[in-house]
Design a protein around this ligand. Structure first.
Ligand SMILES: C[S@@+](CC[C@H](N)C(=O)[O-])C[C@H]1O[C@@H](n2cnc3c(N)ncnc32)[C@H](O)[C@@H]1O
Length: 224
């Protein structure tokens, strides 16, 4: 998979691409991630990318030409173009599962008051990471990349993905590790029993309990 990110602030991505699982996925060639500064595509002599809004109002709006020119160059028939926007459809785990199937994803990060509305003609999907407004699309882009890349086969162990929050409309069960007692807080006995069937049953019940307690809305759509 190839992911191209269009941003005016490439430095945001330095730590993100050079740490932990994302770094390893890039080194293992599971994903190629290109950070593109779309200022480079500005047709203006001073490389200006923003301007005041037509009709007046606060803030600056990103001009559409740099994005059009950049997409002319990088978009192919395999590309899915996504605009990060607080007005988009909410990004969910299911969205990440859908996106992992694409060969090429282009993520457009807005800034300031957003981007000239005419870029919507280039966009296949608008995605929001929640009902709040951030200063730019860089953090949402990193959230989308992180959630998608970890699902690409070979990036993390398949077993780690088997039981996870949001699979099958359930949250994950509680996890514990050593020591078995800490400040009189004990790990549930069943997890130390070595009885795999009992442990599996306990974990399933815990998934239901935790989901009911924290996210009862997930169970509403579930038929079991
Ligand atoms: C300050 S916001 C613009 C908000 C816009 N004026 C509005 O009220 O809908 C600047 C940029 O940040 C990004 N952004 C902000 N909040 C976001 C969110 N919740 N999800 C995805 N992108 C977001 C978008 O790329 C947006 O163009």
């Amino acid at each position: 998979m190839r992911i191209d990110v269009l941003t005016l602030f490439p430095n945001f991505f330095e730590g993100f691409l050079n740490e932990s699982i994302i770094k390893r996925a890039i080194l293992k060639k599971k994903v190629e991630i290109n950070i593109i500064n779309f200022r480079d595509y500005s047709p203006l002599n001073n490389k200006q990318v923003d301007d005041t809004p037509y009709g007046g109002g606060a803030g600056m709006v990103l001009r559409c030409e740099p994005i059009f020119l950049c997409l002319d160059e990088i978009k192919t028939k395999d590309s899915l173009v996504i605009l990060l926007s607080p007005q988009g459809k909410t990004f969910k785990e299911q969205t990440a599962h859908t996106l992992k199937k694409y060969k090429h994803i282009i993520l457009i990060c807005g800034h300031y008051e957003g981007i000239d509305e005419r870029i919507k003609t280039l966009v296949d999907m608008e995605l929001s990471i929640g009902d709040f407004v951030l200063t730019g699309g860089e953090i949402p882009a990193m959230a989308v990349i992180d959630a998608v890349v970890r699902l690409i086969p070979g990036v993390i162990k398949e077993e780690s993905l088997d039981v996870e929050s949001f699979n099958n409309q359930l949250l994950d069960y509680p996890n514990y590790t050593k020591p078995s007692v800490y400040r009189s807080l004990k790990v549930p006995e069943v997890l130390l029993s070595g009885d795999h069937q009992k442990i599996a049953e306990y974990r399933k019940m815990e998934q239901l309990r935790v989901t009911k307690e924290k996210r009862p809305d997930l169970l509403e759509d579930k038929d079991e």
